[in-house]
Design a protein around this ligand. Structure first.
Ligand code: GTP
Ligand code: MG
Length: 336
């Protein structure tokens, strides 16, 4: 289940108490103090793991707590340290303070680990208080309490390229054809309900990540269709790929203008992001009609101040220009 926002309470462990105890040995009637220190409480860490792409694991979790430290032992032995707790999140997870909304940590790279809440220190046992003027201290300290914080975990997926288009224009088909992702594909609108990532291999050592997101329609910024909330997942993408369907009942100009407007309404920054244009499903038209559409559409694009990196007619069904598309995207990512 794709979940991209959860609220969670996190607590580090309490430090174990120090204890009061006295050495008991044969033939030593008045043993000195030997109460050990309490163990430290467990810390809370965040750890990034590439194997998950959603926060669904936290769906039914309200509170996570690291282990408490154990109390000190006799013979000056430390209590056992509380086990640290690792909260494993997908790359792109932002940790926010639930009270203030402030961003605390942005977790990007697989394997990254960050200490978030330190466990309480263990208390000193009475052995620590022995001095020349006090040979029989009866004092020991309690362990420090742990720390508790409420946070929002918010996932903003990390992709190099994000597909932007009306529903049913072939976004998922493209990603299924050129990447390892296997999204659902169907001939109706809003097949894709949640963002998905796929990796596109250029050769054995070069690749990029592409995000398939739900379709956008006119008025999405007012909540029409699936709205625009999921666009938070493309905020980190370096390049957007507008997908415009040459066979759609909305013509290319209508699709393009509406998408540019909705994007702008969502975020000026995303509106200014570099983008390419793929004209999709060209296998559905004869060449002559396609050429007319392309030349008309080129004029429309000229009227916008922000120009695309490229306009490329493609077909995921007949595989037309898919290699070119991969290379154009990759090349522009390298320049970016
Ligand atoms: N002829 C032709 N049909 C295509 C092509 N690409 C996709 N389709 C068809 O178009 C329909 C929609 O494809 P999807 O990939 O699900 O479209 P989408 O943009 O992901 O749609 P949403 O998830 O609803 O936003 C499916 O029936 C596909 O088989 C293409 O290049 N040529
Ligand atoms: Mg889709």
């Amino acid at each position: 289940m794709f979940i991209d926002k959860v609220k969670l309470k996190l607590s580090s462990g309490k430090g174990g108490d120090g204890i009061v105890s006295w050495r008991r040995e044969k033939f030593v009637p008045l043993g000195g103090p030997d109460g050990g220190h309490g163990g430290k409480g467990g810390d809370i860490f965040f750890r990034v793991d590439n194997n998950s792409h959603t926060l669904g694991a936290f769906r039914n979790i309200k509170h996570l707590k690291a282990e408490d430290g154990e109390k000190g032992k006799i013979q000056k032995a430390y209590g056992k340290y509380g086990e640290g707790l690792y909260v494993t999140v997908p790359p792109g997870t932002v940790i926010k303070d639930a009270e203030t909304g402030e961003t605390l940590i942005d977790l990007i790279n697989d394997g990254d680990e960050v200490m978030f809440l330190k466990g309480g220190r263990g208390g000193l046992g009475n052995s620590a208080f022995k001095s020349s003027w006090n040979q029989q201290p009866t004092k020991a300290l309690p362990g420090q309490p742990g720390l508790t914080k409420e946070v929002f975990l918010e996932l903003k997926l990390i992709s190099d390229i994000a597909l932007v288009g009306f529903p049913n224009v072939g976004k998922s088909t493209l990603i299924a054809t050129i990447s390892n992702a296997r999204p659902e594909i169907a001939n109706y609108e809003f097949t894709t309900l949640t963002p998905k990532l796929g990796t596109v291999n250029i050769d054995y050592r070069r690749s990029f990540v592409i995000a398939d997101i739900p379709g956008i329609i006119e008025g999405a910024s007012d909540g029409k269709g699936l709205g625009l909330e999921f666009l938070s997942h493309i905020e980190r993408s370096k390049i957007l790929l507008f997908m415009l369907d040459v066979s759609n009942y909305r013509d290319l100009e209508t699709q393009y203008k509406a998408l540019r407007i909705e994007l702008k309404l969502y975020s000026e920054k995303l509106y200014e992001r570099d983008f390419g244009i793929a004209l999709t499903k060209i296998d559905t038209l004869i060449e002559e009609d396609l050429n007319i559409k392309i030349s008309e559409f080129s004029k429309v694009v000229e009227n916008f101040e922000k120009k695309p990196l490229f306009i490329l007619p493609i077909s995921a069904v007949s595989h037309s220009n898919l290699e070119q598309l991969k290379f154009l995207l990759f090349e522009n990512l390298e320049i970016n």
